[in-house]
Write a protein that binds this ligand. Structure first.
Ligand SMILES: C[S@@+](CC[C@H](N)C(=O)[O-])C[C@H]1O[C@@H](n2cnc3c(N)ncnc32)[C@H](O)[C@@H]1O
Length: 229
């Protein structure tokens, strides 16, 4: 789908993806905020007061708005101006301080540098963004380098097996992925990023469960300097 197709989809008055954030995002970011789940082995890995997040392909901003409400400073990027405008409209109902923490960017995620998106980020979300494999790989390697030390990359999307065993989602197998595909995409960045979790998640729907691929990766903290003896 092109940006114009997404604009047309978002042109309806209701929120296409609903107002609540994705529950898997909430589960893992909530743990991250408390220094658990994602960082069990990083003593002192506390987040700054207003940690920075990048929400790639934010759509109507359901995850962005939740993050900003929880104190995150968020750069929200999507190439659908209509989606961005809907997110902004929802944000007008929130407090000024929450709104001030969101930067809305109508831009293509395959050219984040042109959009002036620079890190470091404590969190990068890529949620239900389905790109052709080559583009996905390029974007993932790019954003891996935008992570702050101990920062987390959370990738969630329709798993390839959702087509045959799950429910809904895109029907084009070439843009779906498995946790293993994402791990392979990030492979060459192995010195800069560590896969913490790669698995499938079942998501209840009005039909049978949808099957999502979830990968969490963390940029290791620089090795602490060794004191001379
Ligand atoms: C299924 S929606 C997911 C929206 C949001 N992440 C969520 O979970 O609510 C996919 C989004 O990807 C955006 N998108 C697709 N390709 C893009 C690209 N190359 N650059 C920026 N946004 C893109 C679309 O405009 C759409 O809003």
């Amino acid at each position: 789908m092109e940006a114009a197709d997404w604009d047309a989809r978002y042109a309806q008055s209701e929120l296409v993806w609903g107002a609540p954030p994705n529950s898997t995002v909430v589960e893992h970011v909530y743990g991250m905020e408390r220094g658990i789940t994602l960082r069990p082995d990083t003593p002192g890995g506390e987040l700054p007061e207003h940690p920075r997040a990048l929400d790639l392909a934010c759509g109507e901003g359901r995850n962005t708005l939740w993050l900003a409400t929880h104190g995150w400073q968020v750069d929200a990027v999507d190439y659908s101006q209509v989606g961005i405008d809907k997110g902004r409209t929802v944000a007008t109902r929130l407090s000024r301080s929450v709104r001030s923490r969101i930067g809305w960017h109508c831009a293509d995620v395959t050219d984040l540098a042109a959009a002036g998106i620079t890190g470091p980020y404590e969190l990068v979300l890529m949620v239900f963004l389905h790109l052709p494999a080559e583009q996905r790989r390029t974007v993932l390697r790019y954003v891996a380098d935008l992570l702050a030390p101990e920062g987390t990359l959370l990738i969630l999307g329709h798993d390839s097996i959702n087509l045959t065993e799950g429910y809904g989602g895109p029907q084009d197998p070439s843009i779906l992925f498995t946790p293993g595909d994402i791990a392979a995409d990030l492979g060459p960045a192995a010195d800069r990023i560590r896969i913490r979790h790669a698995d499938r998640v079942h998501r209840p729907t009005e039909g049978r469960d949808a099957i999502d691929a979830l990968v969490l990766a963390t940029r290791p903290a620089p090795e602490s300097a060794v004191e001379p003896a």
